[in-house]
Design a protein around this ligand. Structure first.
Ligand code: GLY
Length: 371
């Protein structure tokens, strides 16, 4: 394995040990937030439920440890009740089934996993609003016309579905949504809105909302990370240079604003407050996105994104990981789910763990992703 960053060997060994311990206590359940050193459990339909099997597959891919495989496969099967129930499904089927079913299909060729992922992709396509050319995010009746920046990370399920089926419809819908995101969410400085509301009948843009960020015109840090990584993935699947440019713009915005220690506030434009929500998951995701971006640009630019990502991950590792702490089940501390609504502030979150580990795999030379 190529290993540009020597320090990652030690981190990787600690990750393997940590995930094996986590697996013994979590098994095939659905962890989301760690509270007082222990991960909670979510219901089967929660949007983050792909991250735990995804994390298990990342480690299994290199260790072939059967227990990790069994837990990941069982967690995936544990979401079948959601897939067949329709009503609890939302646009985050991409997060949920890319990191569980697409992952298992890519690693082990499971036909059942492929069928689950194709079913999820069919649902995601069905959420497309043709007049507004966007994918509907959530199910609340008053949110029929809402789209959110996070959806960029759900699009890889659609690109994958086109590749697997030979049917371009999935890719067409993904690209139309990505184009709408370019036009309606991204600002010239590389920051983005969290939520944009459209008239669901005419498709006209109505307004932007602050969502999990500070205000409609602010810069939710995890939203910037979703933009970097999501645009890079759209570029990888389509070859469209506009997505590469968008990912670069967002990456430069992130790098220009992230504090020296690698831990951003939940929103880059929020006024500072003591005890404010900080978000390590934004940095972990942004770094993994920059490493993806580095595969799409010239050698010279690639070196820039790679070294920026490595520096951020090194800082997170030095200050915000719990890899040596037996009293903390999670890997990455200091994530914030939703500061404006006071939900889960400065705590470990399963997607912070996933993106940190995924990015470390990339630094160690792994190029294939489950996205
Ligand atoms: N997708 C929801 C979040 O990023 O918190």
């Amino acid at each position: 394995m190529s290993n540009a960053a020597g320090w990652t060997d030690e981190v990787w060994t600690k990750i393997i040990n940590k995930v094996e311990v986590m697996c013994k206590s979590i098994g095939s359940e659905f962890p989301y937030i760690s509270c007082e050193g222990k991960y909670n459990r979510e219901e089967a339909d929660w949007w983050t439920n792909g991250f735990w099997p995804g994390l298990l597959w990342l480690v299994y891919r290199e260790t072939n440890e059967e227990g990790l495989k069994e837990a990941a496969a069982q967690a995936e099967a544990g979401m079948d009740c959601v897939l067949s129930d329709y009503y609890p499904l939302h646009h985050d089927v991409g997060f949920m089934w890319s990191l569980s079913s697409v992952a298992q299909y890519k690693l082990l060729g499971s036909e059942l996993s492929k069928r689950r992922a194709m079913t999820a992709a069919s649902h995601l396509v069905g959420r497309y609003n043709a007049m507004g050319q966007f994918i509907r995010a959530w199910n609340h009746p008053e949110r029929v016309g809402w789209a959110i920046i996070d959806c960029m990370m759900n699009l890889p399920l659609l690109y994958w579905a086109s590749q697997e089926s030979g049917d371009p419809r999935f890719r067409h819908v993904a690209a139309m949504h990505a184009n709408t995101t370019l036009r309606e969410f991204l600002r010239p400085d590389g920051s983005s809105h969290h939520i944009v509301c459209f008239d669901p009948e005419t498709g006209e843009r109505r307004e932007a909302l602050g969502g999990q960020g500070y205000s409609p015109d602010s810069a939710w840090s995890r939203g910037t990370a979703w933009t970097i990584y999501g645009m890079a993935l759209s570029a990888r699947y389509t070859g469209d240079v506009r997505y590469v440019d968008a990912a670069k713009r967002a990456a430069h915005f992130f790098l220009a604003n992230v504090p020296e220690d690698g831990l951003p506030p939940y929103d880059f434009r929020a006024p500072w407050q003591e005890g404010m929500g900080m978000d390590s998951s934004a940095t972990a995701c942004a770094a993994s996105g920059m490493l993806e971006l580095s595969l799409l640009v010239s050698e010279c630019e690639a070196a820039l994104y790679r070294s920026a990502a490595e520096k951020l991950l090194h800082r997170l590792n030095e200050r915000y990981t719990a890899l040596d702490d037996p009293n903390e089940e999670a890997i990455l501390r200091m994530g914030t789910a939703n500061y404006p609504r006071n939900i889960h502030i400065n705590v470990p979150m399963i997607y912070g763990d996933f993106f940190f580990v995924e990015a470390i795999c990339k630094l160690r030379g792994v190029r294939d992703t489950f996205w």
